[in-house]
Structure formats: structure tokens, C-alpha cells
Design a protein around this ligand. Structure first.
Ligand code: ATR
Length: 277
């Protein structure tokens, strides 16, 4: 073999067939004319560590990790960014030349970049935020909203104890609201985020009374299939600014791609269209 090494990267999860990451990275590689490959890997939890230790020797420069490996990835990493530590999970690993594994979590970054790109007038400081859901995605959203300067966050989840657990991790700016009263917290909120899986294809709709929502509030949904959820449709009808979740998926991939393949990809209508095909 001769010539420069072709960088390899990929995504490890289980199941992995549904992942849009290979299409996303593969399209960017081709469009930008860069050498490299990005492959999906279905790996069971008991094999995860061995696979991770083998990949750098096989020419991999890093990987994305998804369910169920995001927490294990943090434990196995040698260097962990502050935001990944705060979220307690990693989605982007870089295999350093000295053999160490660097772990980052770019979900919160992707969430904020999506708002900045699609709602440029959004101001984190404009008022409290309301977050629905308290799973893994909510952790990334809370961390990034606080980092962006949101003064206070109302947090509501069907299972209240999960919201309370996030409150004890993230501090007194988080106020827990009962799930049955989730509609009330929207009245004072400048930013509203659905991080639950409700509204996703095959799931029930998210039904929360929006009557108190302020005109001009920003409403965003992490669900991107369908692109326009009931929440976004109703919020738009009420004159709110709405942002769908597809951009978060795309933006969270940018830091890893840039690090592995050497150039920063562009997030535009073309790449959105590819992912919607
Ligand atoms: P993710 O990592 O995508 O956040 P998760 O950790 O499984 O996934 O969290 C899913 C979120 O959707 C949770 O907030 C969950 O509420 P519970 O903590 O009460 O389970 C929420 N969710 C899922 N199905 C729901 C339903 N039918 N009604 C209300 N909330 C639901």
C-alpha cells in the first residue's frame, strides 16, 4: 500500500440501520470531494469496548456513538469535554494519535446552532424556557440553554422524578412543573422545547394546551419525523416562530466531520433535502 491514508469514521449503535449519519457524512464527503469513508456498525454492548480499542489500529480517526453506548463511551474515554461530562453521555469520539480517546457531546451544540440558523432573532436572555421531557435529549438541551444564557427553565415530564433528578444535577435555575400542568408553564416562556418522543411517527401526539403561549415565542421540537409536528403546526398558527428538529441532527454532526475529515461542512437546504428523501 502507498499514498496518503484514507480516514475512516462511522457510527456505532444497536440497532443502527435507521441511522441517518452514514447518509449525512457520506453526502458531505462526496460533495466536498474529500477522501474518507463513514460506516454504520451494529455492535452489542458486550463487544463495545473491544471494537472501540480495535478501530484506531484499523485506520479509524473517530466515531459517533449512539444508543445504547453513549454512557459507556464516556467511561472508556481518556479525555472528556466539560459539556459531555455535564450531559453524562458522549456522541462524538476522536482517536488521538497518542492512543487516547477524546469524548465530546455535540447534541447541545447542534440544538443551539439549529436555533441560531433558523431563528436568527432568537434571544436566549429574552425570558424563561419551557422544556418538555427529561430523558437523554433533555439533558443536552438543558445544558446548552443554560450555557446560552437562559435565565430560568421550567421542566415538565410525565415521570416527575426524572425531572427532579435533572433539577438536582443542573441546579436552581430549573423549576419542575407537574406534567398535567405543563400548559401553564408556557405562558411565561420565551422558548418552548419538546424533547419527548411524542409526535414522532408511530407515537402518540404531544397534547399540551398552547392557549397561553406568547406570540413571538420560539417553539422547537426535537422530533424531525414528521418535520412539522402537531406542536409546531399549532404554534405557527398562533404566530410563534417555529424550528423543526432536522437541523439539530445535521448541526450536531459538524464538529466530528470537521475533525475527522479536515474541512467544515455546510448546513444548507441541499443537505436537508438529502436527509428527507
Ligand atoms: P431520549 O434520549 O430521546 O430523550 P428517553 O431517555 O427514552 O429518550 O426519553 C424519552 C422522553 O419522552 C421522556 O421524557 C419520556 O417520559 P418518561 O420519562 O415519563 O418516560 C417521554 N415520553 C415518551 N413517551 C411518552 C408518553 N407516552 N407520554 C409522555 N411522555 C413520554
Amino acid at each position: 500500500m502507498s499514498g496518503p491514508k484514507i480516514p475512516l469514521a462511522g457510527v456505532i449503535g444497536s440497532p443502527i440501520a435507521h441511522s441517518k449519519s452514514p447518509l449525512l457524512h457520506g453526502t458531505w464527503l462526496r460533495k466536498m470531494g474529500l477522501p474518507g469513508h463513514y460506516v454504520p456498525m451494529d455492535v452489542a454492548p458486550e463487544d463495545f469496548e473491544q471494537v472501540l480499542r480495535t478501530l484506531p489500529k484499523a485506520g479509524f480517526v473517530g466515531v459517533n456513538v449512539t444508543v445504547p453506548h453513549k454512557e459507556a463511551a464516556i467511561r472508556l474515554a481518556d479525555v472528556v469535554t466539560d459539556r459531555a461530562t455535564l450531559i453524562g453521555a458522549a456522541n462524538t469520539l476522536i482517536f488521538l494519535e497518542d492512543g487516547r480517546i477524546h469524548a465530546d457531546n455535540t447534541d447541545g451544540y447542534g440544538f443551539i446552532e439549529n436555533l441560531r440558523q433558523n431563528a436568527p432573532d432568537w434571544d436566549a436572555n429574552a425570558g424563561p424556557a419551557a422544556v418538555l421531557g427529561a430523558g437523554g435529549a433533555a439533558r443536552a438541551v438543558l445544558a446548552s440553554l443554560l450555557d446560552a444564557g437562559v435565565p430560568e427553565i421550567f421542566l415538565s415530564n410525565r415521570t416527575r422524578v426524572r425531572a427532579e433528578a435533572l433539577q438536582s444535577d443542573f441546579g436552581t435555575k430549573i423549576k419542575v412543573v407537574d406534567w398535567v400542568q405543563a400548559g401553564n408553564m408556557l405562558e411565561d416562556s420565551a422558548t418552548v422545547v419538546n424533547t419527548t418522543s411524542l409526535g414522532m411517527v408511530g407515537q402518540q401526539e404531544l397534547r399540551v394546551p398552547l392557549d397561553g403561549l406568547q406570540k413571538g415565542a420560539l417553539v422547537t421540537d426535537l422530533v424531525y419525523n414528521p418535520l412539522q409536528t402537531r406542536l409546531l403546526r399549532e404554534a405557527e398558527e398562533m404566530g410563534c416562530v417555529t424550528v423543526d428538529g432536522l437541523g439539530m441532527l445535521i448541526h450536531q454532526a459538524v464538529p466530528g466531520f470537521e475533525r475527522w475529515f479536515g474541512q467544515r461542512p455546510v448546513v444548507d437546504a441541499d443537505i436537508r433535502a438529502v436527509l428527507l428523501r
